[in-house]
Design a protein around this ligand. Structure first.
Ligand SMILES: C[S@@+](CC[C@H](N)C(=O)[O-])C[C@H]1O[C@@H](n2cnc3c(N)ncnc32)[C@H](O)[C@@H]1O
Length: 308
């Protein structure tokens, strides 16, 4: 996806900021283009059901004209604390909080997260891309810490089942399939999702969701988190919204959204994606209410084609 000159003019004109304490109605289904530190104080108390934060990691990286510099783990923890502490007031007692990081940022995320919340899990997902290194292991995984405000939280495992192709089709004593089913397109098993996610693809040039944001998350990743940890109509908040993935997936799945992002260009991408989500609710890799293992939807399509 690209932005034409005309897109930029149109979307820039529509960008807003949150300048004073707001009501719930003022922040629902909204995207604000500003520094998170100026937005957070204006979000109403206990308004958020799900917080998904994908902040700059503890790496030296540029986001258009803003550069984030790698610092010590202690200094990164101080920075995390400076904004995470401001989110506590905004969360409902039943809210869930997910925070993304790479291996270097992960320890600080756990430390600061546990200052305010109860840690429930750490998801590790396989990030296919990643440069090889001459004197170290190639980095191709990332973490997402899952916290909750209390032990009274919502989690819908049935909404995030994984559909896998069956390699070894066990049968029971009566000759019946064990935990799998024969379909006209092949043999599949629907399994519970674990905290190791290997079915994701980082957006690349031919995927409709792809933008030029350097660290865009896959829509499929957000779909898992939003479906598991929110109900339809809940308010999902992303304070580092980037190209808009969280807000777009929340919209596609019938949740309300709030996004904050400091960079105008990324906000324009988010606006364009939100506009497209009004007519196209599809999420690559999530079909018929289940998450398909990477490539298995293709296998099923191929099988269907061969039979036709
Ligand atoms: C890791 S990226 C998020 C990517 C996003 N999840 C997506 O799928 O596109 C972090 C984002 O935080 C934004 N950012 C950094 N500092 C910020 C601040 N103080 N306030 C708001 N946004 C900020 C950056 O511009 C960047 O787009």
């Amino acid at each position: 996806m690209t932005l034409s000159e005309e897109d930029l003019v149109r979307y820039k004109a529509s960008l807003a900021t949150l300048e004073s304490p707001a009501t719930l109605e003022n922040i629902q289904d909204k995207l604000f283009c500003q520094d998170v530190f100026t937005a957070l104080p204006n979000v109403p108390d206990q308004s958020i059901d799900l917080l998904f934060a994908d902040p700059p990691y503890n790496l030296t990286k540029s986001f258009n004209d803003r550069k984030f510099k790698k610092v010590s783990t202690d200094d990164y923890a101080v920075w995390l604390d400076s904004w995470l502490s401001l989110t506590v007031r905004l969360l409902k007692p039943s809210a869930s909080v997910y925070i993304c990081g790479d291996w270097r940022s992960s320890a600080a995320i756990q430390r600061v997260g546990e200052k305010y919340f109860i840690s429930q899990n750490r998801i590790t997902w396989e990030r296919e891309k990643g440069r090889g290194a001459k004197s170290n292991w190639k980095n191709c995984s990332e973490d997402i810490w899952f916290f909750t405000v209390s032990e009274n939280y919502y989690f819908n495992v049935d909404a995030v089942m994984l559909k896998r192709q069956v390699i070894a089709p066990y049968i029971d004593r009566n000759g019946e399939p064990k935990d799998w089913s024969e379909t006209e397109n092949g043999r599949f098993r629907v399994t519970h999702p674990s905290n190791l996610w290997t079915d994701l693809t980082v957006p690349y040039w031919s995927m409709p969701e792809n933008t030029d944001h350097p660290t865009q998350k896959p829509e499929k990743l957000l779909a898992k988190i939003i479906l598991a940890s929110s109900r339809e109509g809940d308010l999902v908040f992303d304070p580092f919204n980037g190209s808009g993935t969280t807000t777009v997936v929340a919209k596609k799945l019938g949740r309300r959204y709030l996004g904050v992002e400091i960079d105008e260009n990324y906000c324009c991408f988010a606006q364009k994606r939100l506009e497209l989500a009004s007519t196209d609710r599809s999420i690559q890799g999530y079909v018929d209410g289940v998450f398909w293992e990477r490539n298995s939807k293709n296998i099923s399509r191929k099988a269907a084609k061969t039979k036709a």
